[in-house]
Ligand binder design. Sequence first.
Ligand code: IMP
Length: 431
Amino acid sequence: MSEQGSREQGLVIVGAQWGDEGKGKLVDLYAEQADVVVRYQGGTNAGHTLVVHGVKTVLHLIPSGILHPGKRCVIGNGCVVDPVALVAEMDELVAAGVDVSPARLCISHAAPAILDVHKRLDRAREGAAGDARIGTTGRGIGPAYEDAVSRHGVRLGDLADPQRLRQRVEGLLFEKNALLAAYGQAPVTAADILDPLEAVRDRIVPYLADAGAELAARRKAGERLLFEGAQGALLDVWHGTYPFVTSSSTVAANAAVGSGLGPQAIGRVLGVTKAYATRVGSGPFPTELDDAVGARIREVGREFGATTGRPRRCGWLDLPALRYAARINGLTSLALMKLDVLQGFETLKVCTEYTWRGRTYEEMPTEPAAWSELVPVYAELPGFDADLRAARRPDDLPATARAFVDRIAAWTGLPIELVSVGPGRDENVVP
Ligand code: IMP
């Protein structure tokens, strides 16, 4: 391995399921060996939970590297930023004694802004959709990305220029009010959108930067970049279980696009998966357990949304979905999270393939008609009944837990570089 490679210049950490895999914990852990942590997509729909020295912190937009003093954190152009929510998150961190000054954090001028009207529209649409609702987080993510792509959007950089900001906002009103009216909602005025932005403008402007240029310069100087994915592969707008997806591309290639760098910036891609599967919101979930086993996983794994508090749907680990995630992300290794949650089951199931209309699938098919009809084929493995939380080396694990990990590595063809056995930063088994 070259000197540059061994310094791991560009590690991307991505969710390999439907989000909530434990990326926050992992990014916090790997941030130790990075110089810069970059968020490149998503917004405050994310909820990255970190437990450091027994204290729990939930981050929605600020990169999980912020808890490591001295690490640079960057919110890239691919993120949608709610300026009001961002300031609230900054204030919470400051109250907890974390340095969130512009010396630690910068935000791309080009990041699309989430405006109050985007949140209103997100909720109005979901409210009107009935059974067809996506189950969004209601944070305005979809409408903000729509405006970015339709070229009507406001960008964070516009906050620095009040006149331009006003023009951009006024340019939005015609279509937004037509849409709100269609949903039976009251119209918004420019002031409704501008007032909250103006209230936080002076807090945000000092953080604005050409994030891509800064990252390129740091990369050239040999600094190590860690890209923090949000949501998961199956929620990707192009590759996920559309339309039950988020509105950004969650796969590793977007780490480059969403931070203003070329693909060479990506060295290695670590996929994060739980030892079982969860999904929050609507949409296909082939291994879902609508029974006592699912309820037990939810209870023991505390599977309730970090952003919305919603109970997560739970099921067995789904290898065809994981193999698909490995392909669309170019995963080079896996981290297996929350193995401790499976303690006490006599047998554990893992879906190894699906059948659909007489065919067998080792990878999740992309035909939309298949998703709700896939029949999972399960392998049964012996469970384990020991408390795993003190385990740090593979030998500390019961033989059946070790065998479970080894089988997942064999079934996916990917090395497992870390097994998480508890929420704490140090509760991991590393080979
Ligand atoms: P949106 O991203 O708020 O538009 O929601 C679209 C879909 O993505 C819904 O099913 C959400 O529950 C899901 N989603 C969005 N962010 C997350 C996340 O961070 N974890 C898990 N699911 C998420």
